[in-house]
Design a protein around this ligand. Sequence first.
Ligand code: BES
Ligand code: ZN
Ligand code: ZN
Length: 495
Amino acid sequence: MVAGSVLKARLEEAKTPLLVVFTHEDGDSAEFRRIDKALKGQLSELKKNKEFEGKAMTLSLLRTPSSPFKRVLLVGLGKKKELSLEMLRRGAGVAVKAAREQAPEIAIPVSHDRGGLKRLDAVAQAIAEGVILGGYRFLKYKTQDVESLKQLKSFTLLVEEKAQAKPAQRGLEKGAILSDSVNYARDLVNTPAADMSPAALEEESRRLAKRHNLKLTVFDAAELKRRGMGAILSVGKGSAVLPRMIILEYRRPGAKKHLVLCGKGVCYDSGGYNIKTTMLELMKDDMGGAAALLGTLDALATMKTKAHVTVILGAVENLISGSAYKTGDVVKASNGKTIEVLNTDAEGRVVLADCLSHASAIKDADMILDIATLTGAAKVALGTVGGVLTPNDRLAKALIEAGEETGDRAWRLPLWEEHKEDIKSDIADMKNIGYPMTAGASAGAVFLQEFVAKPELWAHIDIGGAVYDDRERPYLPKGATGWGVRLLTRFVELQ
Ligand code: BES
Ligand code: ZN
Ligand code: ZN
């Protein structure tokens, strides 16, 4: 974990091995002008020669050995007028990746010149997030040459006025908690399925519950059977590690609403007898919904947010064996509805059928959300943006706004009556697939809706594309994104 701190110091006197200076393409930032002056015009010289123009995500490194700061890393943030918290996160993310090659410690001014961004705490939070999320690496399985990978050890947020120290500290702390929780979720998703089985996910949940004093209940296979949860049981039949439902409850006095969050925890999705032909090596990420919820609980509990949240994880492996469920099977969920399994690879919705039925039986629940790597169709439609599907316009808006604010971008996909047509079954109450190659994310959602008692108080979030990115992004290395932790934490805070 990278440690952050706030320091009050005059910019020109900042003692640091590397000073990050954000600036713009349509005019210099205040810190650019001041450091330029201290360096007798060295920075403006670069701009004049067009060696550095301040364009978004461009960098330039200068050695300044005779100054208190030994290096200056210029970071372009694009147009000043368009500066946003997300741009700051991204700028801090690219800065940290370049800076850690140079120095184990860096300093970043927060209080100088942030265009229209007036709230210093939000600015400090965004920069801290960019640094901690951007600095993330998954090193659990590296044994060789780990030492040669240069890691950032600590960062300092610089303020110049005494009154700025408190809001900067507040922002830093919040940003650090959220980012550590996102990185925790990333670790869970990046961990190979061999080490993240349903049993391991249970163990991880127990550790989290212990750390934060959460109430934990686990339904093992026998209990699932007793409760008539034939859907999750069927999906898990083919694995030597039996399925389980993991329920965690976080509650702090002062909470107004009880939110129930369900997560798809398919620890490995081979597709079953409808075996996948592509991206099998990626299918350890099919528990990304569950991971996002564990990360969210971690953040809420660390921040002591006033909230009442119950998390329900359907932990299971979708494998092939003599005991696996088969294409054509009819299974029954605990709300009594029957499902014709016409594709064993559409297993997430079958698992969630029991999770949502259980959530719907919680008497005082005010709202149910589910988050799941449900469809490849969501990835095709939205890329790494999360898909929101709900009959409730206000809820859709609130989720998308929480995403916009936090950097977990989301967008709405339709969920309409006519989608119900597509999941009609000849022999059961419904089938687990829609019409081929047609509105796949909507078909998934309309299926899930059959298992919630009050659809108007429910939203489904499809992270089929958002969970993982094999392209490097400004504050994200290749791999698990931790998508959802920031959005959901913010959403819960606002309830
Ligand atoms: N976990 C997958 C969805 C997925 C695929 C997410 C690729 C991310 C990347 C899910 O269980 C699945 O296989 N869904 C099928 C549903 C189809 C058979 C109706 C899909 O999307 O192809
Ligand atoms: Zn599948
Ligand atoms: Zn799946």
